[in-house]
Design a binder for this molecule. Structure first.
Ligand code: UFG
Length: 324
């Protein structure tokens, strides 16, 4: 069985990948400092509590387990916070990743799968964003992820470290089992906030801006189920091992939904007519982000399985019976 080190494996996306790796015959080793992650999300898997700042600890882990590849999920992800406190983002999302990559090179770990983001593209210049789209982030969060993408290109050339860069659009939904799901503190993401409003945990859902250049004036995003992201990680890892060539993929459903549309579907699925308020725009939000994932579909043979209804159903099931 091959050992895969999953950094940030106790977090939202990481924990779903851990579960799928195990289901597909890999041995995930979870590495997490639990600053955001949840131990309950990774019950039953080998767990190492640690921090990416500690290279000695990382080297020990590489020596203790024979690690085939590293997957990295341990990032800060809030756009607005990144504008207010960029230093936090550059330290965590760049410096610490650099530390991890150095430790990998020193210990001859050949493969890295990196969570990047649609936020590296900034404002879109074409209807759907494929891998050739210009990368001009409009916030420090996007900058921090793009910096690591560049570092990875240079590390490949200089040290032969091979990587897959996966740029997620909007990760959403929860595992069908209801045992793991999204749990951020504070929760800033649209779908969990909508469902917390439906559950009576928030007084209303605020729409951040109705004056965007979109058909209904609210922002459009491409929501992709967390298990569809997980399956793309495993396919990307297998492709990387097979071809030994670094590559990048945009991961989304290819379908854009506005904030107002999402609220409407969520009301139908929950059967609850919760309160909606309109507020000014949030800082750093592009109007539209929709993926063209043709490359991932063709090259990785990846096909998302969950539509928007299923995303909302699984997220609602999680919200009603949260384990953490
Ligand atoms: N929104 C609201 N009300 C809320 C929360 C969000 O109107 O209470 C709006 C936002 O303004 C945005 C949309 O809903 O237009 C989606 O917002 P999210 O915070 O759910 O997601 P983002 O698109 O801002 O960001 C997410 C991830 C990032 C990633 C990005 C890529 O958090 O890490 O998707 O598209 F980079």
């Amino acid at each position: 069985m091959e050992n895969i080190l999953v950094v940030g494996g106790a977090g939202y996306i990481g924990s779903h990948v851990v579960k799928m790796l195990a289901q597909q015959g890999y041995q995930p080793i979870v590495f997490d400092n639990l600053s955001k992650g949840h131990l309950a999300a990774v019950k039953g898997y080998p767990f190492e509590k640690g921090d990416l700042g500690d290279k000695t600890h990382l080297s020990k882990i590489f020596q203790k387990y024979s690690i085939k590849a590293v997957m990295h999920f341990a990032a800060f992800i809030e756009v607005e916070e990144s504008i207010e406190d960029p230093s936090k983002y550059y330290h965590n999302n760049v410096s610490r990743v650099l530390n991890l990559l150095d430790a990998m090179v020193e210990n001859n770990i050949p493969y890295f799968v990196f969570s990047s983001t649609a936020a590296t593209f900034g404002n879109f210049k074409q209807e759907k964003i494929d891998e050739t789209h210009l990368q001009l982030p409009i916030n420090p969060y996007g900058n921090s992820k793009l910096m690591v993408e560049k570092i990875l290109q240079d590390f490949d050339k200089a040290y032969g470290l091979k990587s897959m860069v996966l740029r997620y659009f909007n990760a959403s939904g929860a595992d069908d089992s209801g045992q793991i799901g999204e749990s951020h503190t504070p929760e800033t993401h649209l779908i969990p906030r909508i469902l917390q409003t439906a559950a009576g945990k928030l007084p209303s859902i605020k729409i951040f801006g109705t004056d965007y250049p979109t058909p209904d004036g609210t922002c459009i995003r491409d929501y992709i189920h967390v298990n569809d992201l997980a399956s793309a990680h495993i396919l990307a890892l297998e492709k990387l091992v097979q071809t030994h060539q670094s590559d990048q993929f945009n991961l989304g459903s290819g379908i854009g939904y506005s904030v107002a549309q999402l609220i409407k579907v969520a009301k139908e699925i929950t059967g609850i007519d919760f309160k909606v308020e309109i507020t000014p725009r949030r800082k750093g939000d592009p109007a539209v982000l929709v993926a063209d994932s043709t490359k991932a579909r063709d090259s990785l043979n990846w096909a998302p399985k969950y539509n928007l209804d299923r995303i909302l159903e699984t997220a609602w099931n999680w919200e009603k019976n949260r384990k953490y």
